[in-house]
Design a protein around this ligand. Sequence first.
Ligand code: GDP
Length: 424
Amino acid sequence: MSNCAIVGINWGDEGKGRMVDLLTGKYDIVVRYQGGGNAGHTVINEYGKFALHLLPSGIFHKGVMNILGNGVAMDAENLLSEIDTVKAQGVNISPDNLKISDRASLLLPWHRELDGLEEARLADKKYGSTKQGIAPFYSDKYQKKTVMAGELFYPEKLKSHLADLLEWKNLTLTKVYGAEPATMDDLMKWVEDYGERIKPYICDTAKYLHDAQKQSKSIMFEAQLGTLRDLDFGIYPYTTSSNSIAAYAPVGSGLPGAKIDQIIGVVKAYSTCVGEGPFTCEMFGPEADALREAGFEYGAKTGRPRRVGPIDIVATRYGVRMQAATDIALTKLDVLSYMDKIPVCAHYELDGKITDEFPFPAALYDAKPVIEYMDGWKCDISGARSWEDLPEAARKYVEYIEKEIECPITYVSVGPERESYIKR
Ligand code: GDP
């Protein structure tokens, strides 16, 4: 069977978790290939409502193996609390359905601390970090200044490695930020409290995936955050610190040669953006408040109100291209049902000219949205289960987006529940 990636096309929070949860039952393995505890996938199913941060969304399906790949920021504290919460709702989680790559680097206590210290230093120029230590973690990983999960099996070597890192990191903590130094006792306590507890899940997941592929097992690659938060192709520096695009999935999973047959890009029927940075299509005032309320747009991790706007065709077309999406899942169409006229950001205006190209980040600040309006449908569509069930205006809206972003919309989601969708 074929491999698939589910990725966000825009700024994140497109409803990827909901799509992965819907489709994982069809796959043998679900792998998270980047990111850490900094974003949340919301999943609603027979066990309840969950905000998953690190656990792959396949965790709710019996017989599906879930893997945290080498590209993930392995935040043991966040993961263990998530495991406890999800288990308490009756979901089985054990090394039989969850594995952590021995090559995933560990997010250490000082990463979270440094994230907060740097955001405080930046003050009104802050990036809007979720303060989960992601940027300091990836910086250290690429400086080769953190430890891999597999090192937990070599306690003597781990201790001396941590001692070296401690000496180096304390220079930054004390001299740059004037903070308290970390101690070896703190680190060893962390290893005991968290490292020891994740050990049973750690193994050579690259080999596991290689063997699985030889047995023709199917793999789903699950992204965290959308194209516009990708470190290389997003709205830098208001990006995350890793590559969220599908092309990185094989590397971040530990299966560099993997062929991804289908790339499902998740797009929300309107736009949302958490945190700082240019957001061309942003709406303000009562119009924005109404959309935020209708879609309940508050951060899954932070509870922060999300910035909202109409669907952004320019950004979405760019997102589709950078993901090389083969299919689109359009989510939250039901949220727009209250609108008389539906705004769409059809183009940008930049330097007095209309453009359909997504601008370079530094130019994005000057881009203005060109808003057009489509007819609303003004009725509840959450019960629609087939294309024909949708009112004509809703079908026209979907068809318009599909044509403009140049990718087939295969799934239309009309509610948060697993079965609330239309397959075209
Ligand atoms: P993710 O990080 O991409 O998974 O996005 P979020 O966790 O922010 O999920 C989006 C939110 O919208 C969650 O609360 C979902 O339950 C909800 N949701 C997803 N699809 C739909 C939909 O089609 N309609 C409605 N009303 N809610 C949805």
